[in-house]
Design a protein around this ligand. Sequence first.
Ligand code: BEZ
Length: 212
Amino acid sequence: MSIQLGDTAPDFKQDSSEGLISFHEWLGDSWGVLFSHPADFTPVCTTELGFTAKLKDEFAARNVKAIALSVDPVDSHHEWIKDINETQNTIVNFPILADDDRKVSKLYDLIHPNASNTLTVRSLFIIDPNKKVRLTITYPASTGRNFHEILRVIDSLQLTDNYKVATPANWQDGEEVVIVPSIQDKAELEERFPKGYRAVKPYLRLTPQPNR
Ligand code: BEZ
């Protein structure tokens, strides 16, 4: 069965380029980004993993750990990492799960037989510190993902959790945000949003981004 938003991210033990990973223990109190890709030594994946490595500081600033997955064994991952480092001018600084027995792929529904019977699809999960799945996406094998968008979603989720605000279409860090409809009490509004807010409609209330 596919994984849905709000589900607890399935726990697992699996080998990786950085040794055996007990997933929930490895996550600890961090947010997680678990992403799969079709196979080692493939062009789009090489760019994705290289770009993710370059976002190390951005992930750290948000308390996020990244972990990749493909159905190739550890030895293959180690050889491929050398290529990623060389061609993408970076150093891969996160584990790649070696899911050659498809254990994690089955748990996370990463084999879509009508796309490929053997290779994993290009899926990504954002997991919060309570181990709940907060975002799922699946991209075509031929389309590399936009990791700036992943950071944007993490920022949005963290704003919602910390300040009870949502983010409007195409929101970018520093722009106005939306007050969640469940807050109606005037005293609570004043306390939570000391910078004030403007009500375009009773259900559409905008306020400056609280943490900026
Ligand atoms: C890849 O790099 O993973 C890829 C590229 C083209 C088609 C399918 C996959």
